[in-house]
Design a protein around this ligand. Sequence first.
Ligand code: SAH
Length: 470
Amino acid sequence: MLLTVSTTHQPATDLGYLLHKHPDRVQEFKQSFGTVTVFYPEATQERCTVALMLHVDPVRLARSRAKNTPDFSLAQYVNDRSYAASSLLGVAMADVFSTARSGRCKANQQLADSAIPLEILLPVLPCRGGADISRRLFEPLGWTVEAEPIPLDAAMPSWGDSRYLRLELTGTVRLADALNQLHVLFPVLDESKHHWQGPDEVDKLLRSGEGWLAGHPEADLITRRYLGRRSGLTRMALARLAELGDELEEAIEPAEDEEVLQPQEKRVPLNAQRHDAVHQALLDLGARSVIDLGCGPGQFLDRLVKTPAFSRIAGTDVSTRSLQYAARRLRTDRMSERQAERVELFQSALTYEDERFAGFDAAVLMEVVEHLDPSRLEALERVVFGKAVPGAVIVTTPNCEYNALYEGLVGMRHPDHRFEWTRQEFAEWSDRVAATYGYRVERRGIGDHDEELGNPTQLAIFTRKEGNDD
Ligand code: SAH
């Protein structure tokens, strides 16, 4: 199994820093199912290519399996795994390039944060659903996709195509994003699951999918296929993705194993309900200028931009990557001059004073506070309520009491949450902040109401007390 990644970013050999693998060396890494070799077939200033070759050892693979594996047959020993890229390649790549996937690079952090020209080649890739599905998965992420079906036998064209593709992806993408996308999408493209799925698989999916999966038009399909036949996990992941991101479309393509999935209830995803509630609250407040603090990849900004009542809109986040997604979503490059004056995106940290936060009728902190270390929360309170002093502040955050109703969820709703509050804790926090900074506060719930546990999301609307204008 072979995967190559090339760049023409100059000096191209910087790829070695990003991957934490020296271009002059051939390195081997043992996996439970085989051996990975990493080497650079070309490494010049102009162009550099890294190759990752996985040699699967079928005997070790068979022995490393969980006992309840469904395929205990000769197929374990006689199969295509030595030749075709598959979910195993995804697992191996994820492991060998784990630091690169995290986006950390001591030698050159700026480069690790930047989108660079990349070409990714998979000479043989099993792909359920053919070339079309590979385009549906990679094109929305900004890749140009060249997918050629491989004939069953080149000498016998009448036999038709095999289930393999030659796949080439070209794009300007941050390397960590590219590797995380491949990590998730290999098993999605592949025909069968090759590794055991535990409950932490959902966390892995959300982590690797950070910044791109929730907004992907095929998020539903990707989640179902990634989690294979584990319908409980799939439901949990979809619920948690809905927490994070875009409206999930109904299952677009029924997977072959669809019958194992319970019929999904038709309901409005929680994040859509959250957007509705905050949007309505802003309209009720009569806000004209709004700043979305911690806007993420910009789903809510998009809603604001489409609402003519808002004459000035700003979005800010600490993550440049999220801002890039937001810019793409809002098509800032194609905005008219008037529109460009109305909408502004900028990078910032909410724990540091910044005059660009000031002068808005309303500020939104949607699902943001729980991403801060509790020790940094006071800094955010001071910066937002004490210094920026918007006319109103709308805060949403999970109600952790409700988590008991998420099947299979242990811990918090998202791996990146530093805390999640009960209703009582949120009430105490918001009362204290309101009293300290001269605001009134009103609290509501968003999402399905449970008699005992309340609503999944809690909302607080802070409005500045009159006579408080200095
Ligand atoms: N508001 C969006 C995104 C929520 S995810 C939504 O509701 O969909 C939380 C966001 O907060 C992430 O995009 C993260 O990058 C951002 N964030 C976390 N800590 C931050 C900080 N200190 N300063 C600015 N943004 C921060």
